[in-house]
Design a binder for this molecule. Sequence first.
Ligand code: PRP
Ligand code: URA
Length: 212
Amino acid sequence: MTNMEKVHILDHPLLQHKLSILRDKNTGVKQFREIVSEMAALECYEATRDLTLQTVEIETPIATGTFQTLAGKKLAIVPILRAGLGMVEGILNLIPSAKVGHIGLYRDPETHAPVEYYCKMPQDIAERDVIVLDPMLATGGSASAAITFLKGYGCKHIKLMNILAAPEGIACIRRDHPDVDIYVAAVDEKLNERAYIVPGLGDAGDRIFGTK
Ligand code: PRP
Ligand code: URA
């Protein structure tokens, strides 16, 4: 039984409704892409709940008062290529100042193990709070490898944001990275023999980019 501490299953009706549209095999590329981006923004709302605020003085057209603004915490988002790219815009709409690092991983079709093929991080990544983005957490191998990589760069505060997970993927991250909070809209039943999430939504990368 997986320890579900630090696993945030975001059961908001808007997220559940949008996820059901993604699951439908008849949903086309345009709508799929738009909804992935929208869901990332909604999840971001939860994943940034602990951002610190500072008090500042502001003159409104009516009076001067003290109000709250973000304390200027440095954030980075790191999409796992390819499918994680679909979540970037939705988050940058809310946090335009976030830096973006990219890590390219694909699953070996035979072993399902992650293979790294690209990496470019902001120079000061070690000083930033990082949110790793990938719509799918299946075996967990890709996300775990990405997080290990970021820790190797010195990152200390890492969160993982997915749209859909399998219990196996959650267990993998809890085991490999117990310090990492996971934000996800739903956890499905299981993986199939090809390590796809069941019932799932299919291949997220292919559905975002129309490659199948
Ligand atoms: C998918 C998905 C994740 C990974 C999840 O990527 O976007 O990165 O699989 O599976 P895991 O939890 O078992 O590692 P894929 O390897 O299909 O590459 P793509 O994004 O280029 O399609
Ligand atoms: N990657 C996907 O895109 N879908 C799955 O179901 C599993 C891994």
